[in-house]
Design a protein around this ligand. Structure first.
Ligand code: AMP
Ligand code: ZN
Ligand code: FE
Ligand code: FE
Length: 282
């Protein structure tokens, strides 16, 4: 059992990189990739903890990307050269959150919610502060009864406190991953299909043309039919297949490391294929 899609408290996960690796070891996982949103801050810590527990950890990232009105996520694996242009692009992404977040606090206050930017920031373990941190504050204050209610009533796209942030286009997102020495993989194609079924195949072809190397066919919220479909789409294009849970926090009803919602199983061959690709130069 492996897991190649995991968030730590360096973005919007609940656990530190060290605690994640320890939990993965305890659950019997054989390999991991940390894929925080818009940051590589936790990677060195996760890799070091992996050495301690004898668990190989791959440095990763998940980047919000925009194409033809669709928002999708691009995973990067083996992103180890993170200075220069990579650092400036990541700084741009964090800065766009810094611009957006206080304006979302203002919107919430206009809606009558007592909330401050300090309270939101205090929920984050690092500098990537996002809407899930807002949701956590709203939940703690009893303004909403669930994370989902926070998104439905306030934070989701189209809801009254929502504000968009700058996102990379496919070219810039692929360039970021490649400049960092990594391979790019389309995250959770099931969400692309949910949002824009007409764009999944055109997106795959566009991204493949930009050097994207794989598809995340195994995912907590993909059913077996979807997984098969995405494996076929990968095979037809000579792409790798990867998979992961999108673990954010322990809890009932949320994806767990490795096993997702219960039905996830990411084959070890996904790890081996990814390692081979990285060894031969991305
Ligand atoms: P941000 O990066 O700050 O824009 O927040 C994006 C994160 O918020 C996503 O990775 C999801 O975890 C969460 N999210 C976004 N939209 C929704 C939604 N409609 N319902 C629940 N969670 C959401
Ligand atoms: Zn997240
Ligand atoms: Fe994602
Ligand atoms: Fe994710």
């Amino acid at each position: 059992m492996i897991d190649l899609h995991i968030h730590s408290d360096c973005s919007d996960g609940a656990l530190s990189p060290e605690a994640l690796v320890e939990r993965a070891h305890r659950l019997g996982l054989r390999a991991l990739a940390l894929t925080d949103h818009d940051t590589v801050a936790g990677n060195d810590r996760a890799v070091a903890a992996g050495k301690q527990w004898g668990l190989p950890v791959l440095a990763g990232i998940e980047i919000s990307t925009q194409w033809r009105g669709l928002t999708f996520h691009l995973l990067g694996y083996g992103v180890t050269r993170t200075d220069g242009a990579v650092a400036s692009t990541l700084e741009f992404l964090v800065e766009s959150r810094r611009q957006r977040n206080p304006r979302m606090v203002e919107k919430l206050r206009h809606l009558g919610v007592e909330i401050t930017m300090e309270e939101v920031r205090a929920r984050a373990g690092g500098e990537v502060v996002g809407r899930p941190h807002f949701a956590a504050v709203l939940l703690a204050k009893g303004v909403v009864r669930s994370n989902q209610e926070a998104f439905d009533r306030f934070l989701g796209r189209g809801a009254p406190a929502y504000l968009d942030k700058a996102r990379l286009d496919p070219e810039a997102a692929c360039r970021l991953v490649h400049d960092a020495g990594g391979v790019a993989v389309l995250a959770h194609p099931g969400l692309v299909e949910r949002d824009r079924p007409d764009l999944l195949v055109p997106l795959l072809d566009h991204m493949t043309g930009l050097g994207m190397a794989g598809i995340e066919a195994y995912y907590s919220r993909h059913d077996p039919g979807q997984t098969l479909q995405y494996r076929n789409l990968a095979r037809q294009r000579g792409l790798l297949v990867t998979g992961g849970s999108d673990f954010h926090a322990p809890g009932q009803g949320a994806p767990e490391l490795g096993r997702g919602l219960g039905g996830l199983f990411v084959p070890d061959t996904c790890w081996e294929a990814l390692e081979d690709r990285l060894a031969t130069g991305g």
